[in-house]
Design a protein around this ligand. Structure first.
Ligand code: ADP
Ligand code: MG
Length: 680
């Protein structure tokens, strides 16, 4: 229904210029956006109960008449209370309104009203406080409740929705082919849209939901399959010799068995498959994923290819560059670093060298995705901390080579259903052991009255040559975050840590400052690093043994686990101290999980259970487009959609058949906000 969908919202009756701005706040620009703005929940006005059947504490609807006029009373303090008795053929209750001078003129005797509200018990009789009411029979079905914004409430949105539905042409374009609707017993789109907003009954609502969830997950699944498909064609890049042993000899330590297995998996993929390697290396923080990637890159380079290793932050890219450069000294591998903060002149030079094949191994950030970056012979792409990248970004880097091999690394244990979608076609190697001699990190939960004691504990360790992290109070907006870190830092150097070497590192530091601070911390010059979640991924300083995290309750468990992963990296005992003044039991229970386990998968499960799927990734990008109605952790629906996606791909692998035109449009719409334009 392209024409209707693209009509501007103010073409609807009753929506003027002023409300356009409010609708835009809800990300609604067009009539189509409005129709896809689904209710948050519903109120059931469809089943009035008899007054005698009311139960205190329940939300109910009754159909009743006033037994007399509304009585108004002003109580000391000025509050206006309006009361009326209402009755049906089974009994009466009192309805009470606070501070609403219109009630008296709105409610009349001898009229049947529907009252909707929570029933309370007061001095032996039932009462409804501030119930909603309506006299209109046709308004009392199942009512939609929309997310609202200041100046625009759910009722107004519902009114606009009714207008929009009037415009919905009788026969709108159905994006799904008939045979899919039939096979999966789905209602048509027009029926679904009408009934998701104003359901005829609960059965209709269920059908509508099912259909829309199906469509959204199907679109997601097909969209991802199209992205992945780019990496499924045959590759000419067959590795002839395995050089990983040669790399391993350069390491100052023995690999764990899990690391060796993972390396073998990768080499095997690159030597023996017709299609490119497509592998996820999943291992908890500190399990040593970097050397696994490096071994694969080394072997790729020695086979005459170029390798690219992309990390989500400059700090991390720098660190990988430095540690791998050290290992690779004298190996003949030409390694370079490309991040946003590399000076323009140098960037230009690096790009040239990459293009004519004089750099073998490039480590970098998103900068690797930028336009001028070309390779002569890109054979292997690695992305570190995969959850930080969008699927589209992964695809963008791949497209810089001719069907190169792909390896993605992640420390975030994701729930199985999510993995099925995000990593659906990836082979997985799990690194399920930590390097030997790691001491368990001791984690404690305390309140801020203990802060001074903890500072003293830190000083004792600093005196013994150790280093510490302090993760600052988290404030949502990154700007304020930086400010709060700066304030905290000032406070610290003027008081508790006067005379110590304290460093400050946050997201708003200039790249050069970041480098400098990280280098000073790495070299042991800085005793205490005051920081924010920028430190969350990958940073590896073995001598840091204490991490103090302020207002720990503001983080998700998985995120805290990642943060904590910055310590306990050497063979010294490490301590993580969570400070929280939140007294409620739920918070304490949640944080105590961290004190009792260091198993990332277990923590992720708990996180998902306690916070729900929506919050699982926090504000971080997981690379998937935002769902409007589906829940990507809803296993059953995901599997159904996946099955349907397979049906469709069997008919047309690239969806080029005309019957899939509607689906193609859905895909580009859904993915339009994700990363770069992987579908153009
Ligand atoms: P992550 O899996 O979190 O990315 P890293 O690759 O950063 O972990 O490795 C963590 C630390 O452990 C690094 O300092 C690395 O050099 C070291 N390391 C990796 N493998 C081993 C090993 N087999 N034995 C000892 N230390 C190791
Ligand atoms: Mg890492």
């Amino acid at each position: 229904m392209p024409s209707l969908f693209n009509k501007k919202i103010d073409s609807l009756k009753g929506i003027g210029l002023k409300s356009v701005g409010l609708y835009n706040k809800l990300k609604i620009q067009t009539v189509g956006d409005l129709l896809c703005f689904y209710p948050r929940t519903y109120e059931d006005w469809s089943n009035p109960v008899k007054i005698t059947d009311l139960k205190a504490g329940e939300i109910s609807v009754i159909k009743a008449k006033l037994s007399g006029p509304v009585i108004e009373n002003k109580i000391p303090g000025g509050m206006l209370i309006s009361k009326a008795r209402v009755f049906d053929d089974s009994g009466f209750i009192v309805i009470t309104f606070f501070n609403n001078k219109f009630i008296k003129t709105m409610l009349h005797e001898n009229v049947d009203y529907f009252f909707y509200g929570k029933v309370t018990q007061n001095l032996g009789h039932f009462e409804m406080i501030n119930p909603m009411f309506s006299a209109k029979e046709n308004e009392v079905g199942i009512r939609p409740i929309y997310n609202q914004t200041a100046g625009l409430n759910s009722r107004q949105i519902a009114k606009a929705m009714k207008e929009a539905l009037l415009l919905l042409p009788l026969t709108i374009n159905e994006p799904l082919p008939d045979w899919i609707l039939e096979k999966y017993k789905l209602c048509p789109l027009s029926y679904a849209i009408e009934n998701i907003h104003f359901p005829r009954d609960f059965e209709a609502l269920k059908l509508a939901k099912e259909r829309l969830i199906f469509e959204e997950l199907l679109t997601l699944s097909l969209g991802l399959s199209q992205l992945k498909d780019k990496n499924r064609e045959e590759t000419s890049l067959q590795m002839t010799t395995d050089f990983s042993e040669e790399f391993i000899k350069l390491l100052p330590f023995e690999l764990t068995e899990a690391q060796s297995d993972a390396i073998n998996d990768c080499i095997n993929d690159m030597m023996n498959r017709k299609t490119p390697m497509n592998r996820l290396i999943q291992g908890d923080v500190g399990s040593g994923k970097t050397v696994v990637a490096a071994a694969a890159c080394y072997s790729a380079v020695k086979n005459g290819w170029q390798a690219a290793f992309m990390a989500p932050t400059e700090i991390l890219a720098n660190q990988h560059f430095q540690s791998l450069s050290k290992i690779l000294i004298g190996s003949g591998v030409k390694i370079e670093l490309l991040t946003g903060s590399v000076p323009a002149k140098q960037k230009k030079q690096i790009k040239e060298l990459l293009k004519n094949g004089e750099i073998d191994f490039i480590i970098g950030t998103h900068a690797l995705l930028s336009d001028g970056v070309e390779f002569q012979n890109l054979g292997l792409v690695v992305t570190d901390e995969q959850h930080r990248f969008g699927v589209a970004q992964r695809a963008a880097l791949l497209s810089k080579g001719n069907n190169p091999h792909l390896m993605v690394m992640s420390a975030t244990p994701i729930p199985r259903t999510l993995g099925l979608i995000i990593y659906g076609d990836l082979d997985i190697s799990v690194i399920n052991e930590l390097p030997p001699n790691r001491k368990e990190i001791e984690t404690y939960l305390v309140d801020s009255s203990k802060r001074t004691r903890i500072f003293n504990f830190m000083k004792k360790h600093i005196a013994a040559g150790k280093q510490c992290y302090i993760v600052c109070p988290l404030i949502e907006e990154s700007d304020i975050d930086a400010a709060s870190a700066a304030v905290y830092f000032e406070e610290l150097i003027n008081n508790d840590f006067k005379g110590y070497n304290v460093g400050l590192l946050h997201g708003k530091c200039k790249p050069k400052e970041k480098d400098e601070v990280m280098n000073r911390f790495q070299s042991g010059e800085i005793d205490v690093l005051v920081t924010t979640t920028v430190i969350e991924v990958g940073v590896d300083v073995k001598n840091a043994v204490i991490m103090l995290i302020e207002n720990a309750e503001r983080y998700g468990l998985s995120q805290l686990h990642q943060l904590r992963g910055r310590i306990g990296r050497g063979d010294e005992k490490s301590y993580c101290i969570l400070i929280s003044d939140m007294q409620n039991e739920e918070t304490t229970e949640r944080l105590k999980i961290l004190c009792s386990t260091s198993n990332g998968f277990k923590i992720a499960d708990e996180d998902l259970r306690l916070r729900g799927p929506g919050d699982f990734f926090g504000s971080r990008q997981h690379g998937l487009p935002q769902m409007k109605i589906a829940d990507i952790t809803d296993m059953k629906s995901v599997l159904t959609a996946k099955e349907a996606a397979e049906d469709i791909l069997e008919v047309s692998k690239d969806l080029s058949n005309d019957e899939f035109r509607g689906i193609r449009a859905l895909i580009s719409k859904l993915f339009s906000g994700v990363g770069d334009n992987a579908f153009n």
